[in-house]
Design a protein around this ligand. Structure first.
Ligand code: HEC
Length: 140
C-alpha cells in the first residue's frame, strides 16, 4: 500500500530532474530512490496544498508540523546543495511557515505567500522541476 502511494505521488509530482519523455517514466520510477529530503519536500507540498485552502477559508490551522524542521538536517540527493544560501532560505521558510499556523490573522495570507516564495527562491537554483506546481500554491 505504502509503495503504491509513493508511486502515485511520483507520477503526480515532478521531481527535480523530471524527464518529459513519458516512455521512460516507468524505468525512471523503478530506478529512482527518493532521498530523505525529497520525501520531506513531498509532504511539505501536500500539507501546504491543504493549508492553502484553510488560509483562503480563514479556518484555523493545526499546530505547525514539527517534522518540517528536518529541512535543516535531512539527507539530500546531492549533499553539495546544502550551503550557506540553502540554510538561510530554509530558515526563512520555517520562519514564515510558523507564523501561519494557529488562528487566522490579517497577515496570514501574506505570510503564507512569503513562505511559498521562499520555496520558489530555493528551487530556482537547485531543483527547477517542481516550480510550476509550487507557484500554483500562491494565493492571488
Ligand atoms: C531551502 C531550500 C528549499 C526550500 C525552502 C524548499 N525546497 Fe523543495 N527541494 C529542495 C531541494 C534541494 C530538493 C531536492 C531534494 C533531493 O532530491 O534530495 C527539493 C525537492 C522538492 C520536490 C521534489 C521531490 C521529489 O519528488 O524529488 C518538491 C515537490 C518540492 N521540493 C516542493 C517544495 C515545496 C512545496 C516547498 C515549500 C512549501 C519547498 N519545496 C521548499 C529545496 C528546497
Amino acid at each position: 500500500m505504502y509503495r503504491l502511494v509513493l508511486l502515485l505521488i511520483l507520477i503526480l509530482l515532478p521531481s527535480c530532474n523530471s524527464n518529459p519523455n513519458k516512455e521512460k517514466l516507468e524505468d525512471q520510477m523503478l530506478m529512482y530512490e527518493p532521498s530523505e529530503m525529497a520525501l520531506l519536500m513531498r509532504s511539505m507540498y501536500e500539507v501546504n496544498k491543504d493549508v492553502r485552502i484553510k488560509v483562503i477559508n480563514k479556518d484555523s490551522i493545526l499546530p505547525f508540523p514539527k517534522d518540517f524542521l528536518n529541512i535543516h538536517s535531512a539527507v539530500l540527493t546531492d549533499p553539495s546543495e546544502r550551503n550557506a544560501e540553502f540554510d538561510s532560505l530554509a530558515k526563512q521558510f520555517i520562519y514564515f511557515q510558523e507564523k501561519i499556523y494557529g488562528l487566522p490573522s490579517s497577515t496570514t495570507i501574506a505570510n503564507f505567500n512569503k513562505s511559498i516564495n521562499t520555496c520558489i527562491a530555493c528551487h530556482e537554483t537547485r531543483c527547477v522541476g517542481p516550480i510550476p506546481k509550487i507557484k500554483k500554491l500562491l494565493i492571488h
